[in-house]
Design a protein around this ligand. Sequence first.
Ligand SMILES: [Zn+2]
Length: 222
Amino acid sequence: MAGTLAGTDSWFANPTSKVSSHFGVGKNGEIHQYVDLKNPAWANGGVNKPAWPLLILGVNPNYYTVSIEHEGNSGDVMPEAQYQATLALHRWLVGTLGIPVTRDNIIGHYRIDSVNKSNCPGTGFPWDRLFKDLQEGSDVLKVAVLLYTKDDFWAGVDVASKNGNCAVFVRGGDLSVPAEAMTAKQLIVVGGGKTKHPNEILLSGKDKYDTAAAVAKYLGGN
Ligand SMILES: [Zn+2]
């Protein structure tokens, strides 16, 4: 907010300000909602030297982002009450809107405008703690299964159900590894080569029969 919650309340309520966000989180843990999730807020419209792979060029980012402002100034250490409130808000948004917990889906304003918003959020924002807590609270990305061909789909589903129906990524002909899959705590690759994931299991052989055997062995290892 580069200011107080009360100041933000009144500035957003003033139509001449032409600014708004969906939420504001106070240092005391209060959460204020200013804009319905059905509507875009007036927060992220300016794009200037962005560093965000999910940016849709030519479309105002306000149309596909949810914005949260935090009371305080850059460099403030976030009080515990404010941290717990924003963690709860993030969890609720992730669950309600189905947002993957990745560093490309939950971002700072500076990723959209690195010139004028380089301090948004400020240097005290606890990114690492937030992601750690969000990932622990979500079972989607504890394990991800990556398939390089649709032929392996049912094998992938079996591997996923063994892991509590985790996320399955199917790459039809595209050999890159999706960012979401890389953020999973464990990545299981069916029918493909090694990735750079630090904790991966390769269920692959030299042909589809070898791969099927590797999958069967993995599934049998209950
Ligand atoms: Zn901002």
